[in-house]
Design a protein. Sequence first.
Length: 381
Amino acid sequence: MKYVDEFRRKDLAQKLAADIKREADPDRSYNVMEFCGGHTHAIFRYGVQDLMPDNVRFVHGPGCPVCVLPIPRIDAAIELATRHNVILCTYGDLMRVPASKKNSLIKAKAAGADVRMIYSTQDALTIARDTPDRQVVFFSLGFETTTPPTAVALKQARAEGLKNFSVFCNHVLTPAAIQHILQSPELRELGQVSIDGFLGPSHVSSIIGSQPYDFFAEEFQKPVVIAGFEPLDVMQSTLMLIRQVNQGRFEVENEYTRVVTRQGNEKAKALMAEVFDLRRSFEWRGLGEVPYSALKINESYADLDAELRFEVTKSTGTDVKGCECPAILRGVKRPTDCKLFGTVCTPDNPQGSCMVSSEGSCAAYWSYGRFRMDRIREAAE
Ligand code: SF4
């Protein structure tokens, strides 16, 4: 197949649905965690869950970088923009994520802070070049996919001698989060959700390759299939997982061979290794502190680290009362389990990160209308 339309063909989807129905053992259930928010959106946008038999269920994971950023990090960014009077540059999704005290970056901007939405790290560098009398901080976040461009920006700033540019680094790592989920007592011992296998991330894996997943496939005896973002990718990968489960295998398989290799992108990995070190621990919304799950700017680029250049206090802000984002990000609740979903919390009035981000589970449940009318009816009764 060459064109994206071919990965959405109805006849092939029907054939895959029939294969899944035939091969799924009716005497057991299959809980498949899709790590990425991109997969969650593909599942709801194209109605993939509706094509599955009742015993094949998708469990939504924490693979939305905006969603997993905890409130203290957003509070810190707001503090950079307000107390330190910097030009704070970041991607659009983050602007509306609720911080503590009902604040957000966009509200801080409305109140006078210089917060600017950018499309790439290059935009932040351009702003720094154009305003040499102001400090410019790039609020960077994301999984391994968005980390190499941050590394490039740091190298460029160093090469150009840009003294007014720095990075507030919030890059996180996928394998550590998956391992943490598998070790979670909530999932392992209490048996709230037993995950039978993972749909591995697409874009992240294009950088890190399929090899890093070997450890926990082996250690935790869970199959992983790296899946593309189109509906046929998700369905084909689900079929591959079901086959592994049925055959008692726990291997890393790669459905997304048109992009992902075993070793990944060596150039991008070398760039990351040159500029970043592992953090000993980092807080994730929903998962808490996860050891070795994030990156910090290393010593050789320390002068471009906003956390060292500016004094930032660690807030104790917590999620809005009633918001179930933490449990949703752990895969133990669904957006419709949240009493605020579709009533108080909508994309126009988000109460939690999962409703803001274009990769968030709550946004997926709401955006494609599958649960919207139910909630509107319930609220009217
Ligand atoms: S619906 Fe809103 S309040 Fe509820 S979990 Fe999702 S983001 Fe949080």
